[in-house]
Write a protein that binds this ligand. Structure first.
Ligand code: FA5
Ligand code: MG
Length: 493
């Protein structure tokens, strides 16, 4: 599915219904068709997840590497950069109720249906989502909890932090497990009607709250109208244009304040680490772009200029009123956002590679521990600290190519799953784990005589923790090649 971005570029719809970034788009364009033969004997009758058995079926596609990541919950580990980032953002939303221990195993209803994803939405595809079975998935976003929290929680503001799972590429900013924070702020029309302030005028009451938010002096690029009839429509059955505009203004100021604070702290940490360049760095650049999500309208994404490019940090919008009606709170009106904690943590700590968050190496983890005192021989760990990441070493890279012909049958016959680039990513991840820095397609052609498709992927082996031996890399690479042949029926070239 393709859409037009505010800046005119084309975008495709991604796993959570948002439009995806240009690098993601390039990867998606490389979808190639072939048939995957699922050997039923390789899937056990049950998957044990979080100590509970889940029956498997033809939809099951959760590999062991993902199952072993389930207990990690980096957002809850004391002094882990993801947890420190969570706490820093939470501190920008005083009075909000916080949740951070909802199970990542959710129903298809929670992850997709409750948010209004149409049945044929590409985000539901098995190439993008980990299915435990037909009805159960590993949540692909923290929005999976929106409806439940709106139903159960009567507070005006709440935040949900969560580990989320997506079949995705392998590179420095993508990992199949990452962490999101969801947030929402709503206003209760009924309560407003009986309160003296703003004379029951919802838009005015929201503007009064905007005036109470802290201000900042960062210039934000925001050429977008409050709503747009085609690109970003008003929910005209439910909201007046004035109400939608006020909600959008409150949303934008609240989230700009988060990013401004993150950058202020990042700069402080860099200066403290003796990074003279940081002190004179060009000012923070931030912009809002129009977006699309099935569960908000109008919708926007916030991007930050970082390392020579625009980095998308969050998606957001005015909550679809149908969702609030369905959740039993039709009187509430407001905004929601979903933010990538790794993306923010990479900015905050200067962490260059997303795999580092998964490291158990004390040379990484100890950098963010605060030592508040000493008891006996050992140090007592405090709440952690925002410190500039100091790389401990850059080990050499070992690139290896794998070239192969896909099987000649190329139509997804019999309802079997279609081969997708994410399948190679997962095979590499499952075989070589975090010893792979990135995987890129370097060549693709169709044989003029046989019509068969050939692909070549470059797998860049590089550990974050040590130098990999030549033999070791060869062994990993042979393992991957072998699994491509056995699992997918490809012919190596
Ligand atoms: C969503 O996930 C929506 N649920 C966000 C939302 C919530 C919109 C509430 C409206 C209301 P998206 O797929 O764009 O949207 O992801 C949100 C953020 O998660 C991104 O901006 C990015 O910061 C982060 N993110 C997405 N994919 C990855 C990934 N593979 N690795 C690391 N971070 C990611
Ligand atoms: Mg997005």
């Amino acid at each position: 599915m393709v859409g037009i971005r505010a800046n005119g570029s084309l975008r495709t719809l991604g796993a959570t219904g948002s439009y995806v970034c240009s690098s993601c788009r390039a990867r998606q364009a490389r979808r190639v068709a072939s048939i995957r033969e699922y050997s039923s004997d390789s899937t056990p009758p049950n998957l044990i997840l979080e100590n509970r058995p889940y029956p498997t079926d033809a939809w099951t596609n959760v590999p062991s590497s993902i199952i072993s990541a389930l207990p990690r919950r980096l957002h809850l580990q004391p002094s882990h950069p993801i947890a420190l980032t969570r706490r820093l953002i939470e501190s920008r939303f005083p009075g909000f109720t916080t949740y951070s221990s909802f199970s990542p195993i959710v129903s298809v209803q929670q992850n997709f249906d409750s948010l209004g994803f149409p049945p044929d939405h590409p985000g539901r595809a098995r190439s993008d989502t980990y299915y435990v079975n037909r009805d159960t998935v590993l949540r692909t976003h923290s929005s999976a909890h929106q409806a439940d929290v709106f139903r159960a929680d009567s507070s005006d503001g709440w935040l949900v932090s969560a580990d989320v799972y997506r079949r995705d590429a392998i590179d420095r900013s993508h990992y199949p497990v990452f962490h999101q924070m969801e947030g929402a702020r709503t206003w209760d029309r009924r309560r407003l009607a009986t309160s003296a302030s703003a004379n029951g005028d919802l838009a005015q009451a929201i503007w009064d709250d905007v005036a109470r938010l802290p201000t900042h002096d960062v210039v934000v690029e925001d050429p977008n109208p409050p709503t747009h009839p085609e690109r970003n429509p008003l929910q005209a059955n439910y909201h007046t244009p004035e109400e939608a505009e006020a909600v959008g203004a409150h949303l934008k100021r609240s989230l700009e304040n988060v990013v401004v604070e993150v950058f202020a702290q990042a700069k402080r940490a860099a200066v403290a680490a003796g990074d003279a360049k940081a002190a004179t760095e060009e000012p923070l650049k931030v912009r809002w772009v129009e977006a699309y999500f099935p569960f908000t309208s109008p919708s926007w994404e916030l991007e930050v200029f970082w390392q020579n490019g625009w980095l998308e940090v969050l998606g957001s919008g005015v909550v679809k009123q149908e969702l609030l009606v369905e959740a039993g709170v039709p009187q509430r009106v407001g905004w929601a956002f979903g933010l990538g904690l790794e993306r923010i943590a990479m900015l905050l700590f200067g962490i260059p590679d997303i795999r580092l968050f998964w490291s158990r190496d004390p040379r990484f983890l100890d950098q963010f521990k605060s030592e508040v005192g000493e008891v006996g021989k050992g140090k007592v760990e405090g709440e952690g600290r925002i410190a500039r990441f100091q790389p401990f070493s850059k080990y050499p890279a070992s690139p290896r190519d794998v070239s192969f012909f896909l099987p000649s049958t190329s139509s997804p016959a019999g309802g079997r799953p279609v081969f997708h680039e994410n399948d190679i990513m997962e095979l590499v991840r499952d075989t070589a784990g975090d010893s792979v820095e990135d995987v890129q397609m370097v060549d693709e052609f169709v044989h003029p005589k046989t019509g068969r498709k050939s692909l070549c992927y470059r797998i860049n082996y590089r550990s974050l923790e040590r130098t990999l031996g030549r033999e070791e890399v060869n062994e990993l690479h042979e393992g991957i090649s072998k699994k491509l042949v056995e699992g997918w029926g490809v012919e190596l070239r």
